[in-house]
Ligand binder design. Structure first.
Ligand code: R5P
Length: 285
């Protein structure tokens, strides 16, 4: 197996090569003066099983993935697996208003035409993978977060909403602690209460886990509510730290710590998706 890392996923590609013992191809990636992308894979891929790893956010990284896949295909590999650690446009997974695109499905379908297998990581709505006719898997870093939290005293894991309950469940199972999801209750026209549905957070060290932190609004609201209810500490954790609109600056004073995986490389990337991805590739051997 040879790992071809795109520019958005260099660290994760290196970590994946290390864990799996696969060689990491030398790749030249640069921009032309007009901003267009140039790639060249400096490795003989003929007859090889190739794994191309590239996060597709922001947009230029999506373009880079397509030309990397073209470069790889032209060298005659026996198989190409595309790993998209953070899949941009994942949250536009359905029609919210008539006339819109379902961007997540459109890009899944498009990538599917250029690869033999597709692997995503904690995809926002894995249902969009039903667009693919090739083998596909959505792996999760949530077990790795469970391991990560083992020495941090976490004794309650919360999902910010019901949709993220499976993620909280996975983390909590590793820790052997309870899990729950937060529920918004409208008190009156101008007041909402956000609290765990069934478990009291008072005196607890809480980890809130989500797939994405974007503006940070969800986590900030949840953390403030939990602190008001007497939670001792609140850690925020996500697979994908997008951190738009200065989210980290606003999260840092509110949460006791913020952690993300390395699907998007940033200072909070304390947990690697390499283990979950390696497990997937080892299983296939
Ligand atoms: C939404 O369904 C996602 O799972 C996240 O909860 C959401 O993307 C977080 O966004 P923000 O950080 O902007 O509140």
């Amino acid at each position: 197996m040879i790992v071809v890392g795109g520019s958005a996923s260099q660290k994760l590609s290196a970590a994946l090569s290390k864990v799996t013992g696969a060689r990491q191809a030398k790749v030249e990636i640069k921009r032309f003066p007009d901003g267009e992308c140039y790639v060249r894979i400096d490795e003989d891929l003929k007859g090889q099983e190739v794994v191309v790893v590239q996060t597709t956010y922001p947009d230029p990284n999506l373009v880079e993935l397509f030309i990397l896949l073209d470069a790889a295909r032209r060298m005659g590999p026996s198989k190409i697996t595309t790993v998209v650690p953070y899949f941009g446009y994942a949250r536009q997974d359905k029609l919210f208003k008539p006339g819109e695109a379902i961007s997540a499905r459109a890009f899944v379908k498009l990538v599917g035409t250029c690869t033999d297998e597709f692997v995503s990581v904690d995809l926002h709505a894995p249902k969009v993978l039903e667009e693919l006719t090739i083998p596909h898997t959505n792996v999760s870093v949530m077990r790795a977060f469970g391991e990560f939290f083992k020495d941090k005293g976490v004794n309650l894991v919360l999902a910010p909403d019901k949709g993220a309950l499976d993620r909280a469940n996975t983390v909590a199972k590793v820790l052997g602690c309870p899990w729950d999801h937060l529920e918004k209750t409208r008190i009156d026209g101008s007041t909402v209460k956000m609290a765990p549905k069934a478990i009291d957070a008072k005196g607890k060290v809480v980890a809130i886990v989500d797939d994405i932190i974007a503006t940070g609004g969800t986590i900030i609201k949840a953390t403030e509510a939990l602190k008001a209810q007497g939670a001792l500490k609140v850690f925020a954790a996500c697979a994908h730290g997008l951190y738009t609109s200065n989210a980290l600056d606003r999260l840092t004073p509110v949460c006791d710590a913020v952690y993300s995986a390395d699907t998007l490389e940033n200072p909070t990337s304390h947990v690697s998706a390499a283990g979950a991805l390696a497990e997937h590739f080892m299983k296939k051997r």
